[in-house]
Design a protein around this ligand. Sequence first.
Ligand code: SAM
Length: 285
Amino acid sequence: MTKEKLKSKTLYIVATPIGNLNEVSKRTFDVLSEVDLIACEDTRVTNKLLKHLGIKKSLLVCHEHNEHATSERIIELLLDNYKIALVSDAGYPLISDPGNKLVSSVLENGIEIVVINGPSAILPALIGSGLVTNHFYFHGFLSSKQSDRLSELRKLYQKEEVLIFYEAPHRLHKTVQDLYEIFGDRKMTIARELTKMHEEYIRTSLEDCLNMEPGKYKGELVLVVDGYAPENVKVLNDKEILHYLNQNIKQGFSFKDAIKNVATIHNLPKNMVYRIYIKHKDLIN
Ligand code: SAM
């Protein structure tokens, strides 16, 4: 196979393994060997990969805290005819990883980019989830602040596509609690430690997952949650509607917004939720 001739004044955006270092294509190997410089998030992680591949290369650190300043340096070098690769610690740069600012500035400066395909946690999680894969929506990380996380989930509630979230293991239980609160019960798969020795797919439901011992699943994980299906929406009684109204009010929503949220999320007519609120408002604290 002939080696690809790299173009100068080009930024190569290269996906790298998400665990198993053997998931490097010949093209990825060639590009990493041939560029003049690699911009990476963490030199320790990238050096480990380069050592595995037997490549020696100068590295320039480009992470979320210095991306702006480093972008300027990278653009200077590219304009000086360098060939540069951008990698992150795992998977594709720019997918829940740094690189967006750099790539926009590179394009604004009329410099070419080439994307070198490789692993990412999104697709194996989706494909191994057992859920229907025709349409899907990737969200990445939800906010770590609960009130923001709940508002994000409210906006996603009626999406019919399968939803994909990245999550840290120590936040798994809280996130599943919030998913359950907003979505009700749905099928969910936890795809963990993909491509690594302890890879596993836990095909479960939000409710069953809530009953699992918190902290049970460690390591890197992706949550794949079934989309909205009107036939699966649970019919709520007055007591349950009041419970959700109370929850919204405790989270700081006005009565008007609480009624709107509960009506939207549970697919109920707003005036019906309003009537229940008027009837039982003494019970709302
Ligand atoms: N750029 C990466 C990509 O293309 O998938 C994502 C990087 S993001 C900072 C890290 C998150 O991706 C982890 O918290 C986890 O949700 C997911 N992830 C990365 N590697 C994984 C793996 N081997 N197994 C499961 N999830 C993984």
